[in-house]
Design a protein around this ligand. Sequence first.
Ligand code: HEM
Length: 220
Amino acid sequence: MLKKLQAITGLIFATFVAVHLLNTWLAGLGPAAYDGVQVALRQVYQFIFVEVLILSALLVHVVAGVMRIVKEPKRTLTIRARVHRYAGFFLMLVILGHILAVRGSSMFFDVYPGFAGLAFSIEFLPGFFYPYYLLLGVAGFYHALNGSGIALQRLSGRLGGLGWRFVLPQRRLALASSVAALVMVVSLLGFGGVWFDVGDVASSDFARLAKELLGVETTP
Ligand code: HEM
């Protein structure tokens, strides 16, 4: 029962992560592509019932994961399963902060981060935000892709008996994750203003709010 719940909630959240990462990857094409798609998608994933569904699925998925670890402490794990678990631990560690930072601003202050907000965070603290976003994107991609295969296999029942394989072979998973990491780097360099001019992001609404909340002044 716990495994099924983990699989169902994982698939719901992974659907959001897939859409969300595809949106993030558009940053390599410029602010208009990133913001345009985000504004359109937001109508769906921030529609109250959808947002509650996504965030509840995340919560239940995390709780089910922790319960399984507590219940089966001696389970021996393959390297692949270990990487999956470590990616999950990292996501667990940062997800609340991520949601508060990027969704809290619009929920409590009506300020959406958008391209300029993320570009500001990178301009403000590049040594932290480049590796943090890269890890977030790659851990999210790996955990969602590998987890979706396991979940579909678990839920497929009879289809599994017919020989349907949803779990990606190791090499394909590694290849897909490497490509995702590369695309993520290209996108982050887009936010960082390497491919095109990102403008005065320190004057964006999100930057002003962040500076006000943090009590810092970055302009000379
Ligand atoms: C490094 C890549 C990522 C970047 C740059 C990023 C950026 C953002 C931004 C800007 C928002 C606000 C969206 C909006 O206002 O419409 C957001 C929301 C969110 N992100 Fe990420 N994100 C990244 C990766 C991830 C990953 C891997 C996960 C999950 C594992 C995730 C989970 C979420 C969640 C749950 C929300 C809140 C959705 C909502 O309630 O509207 N993000 N992210």
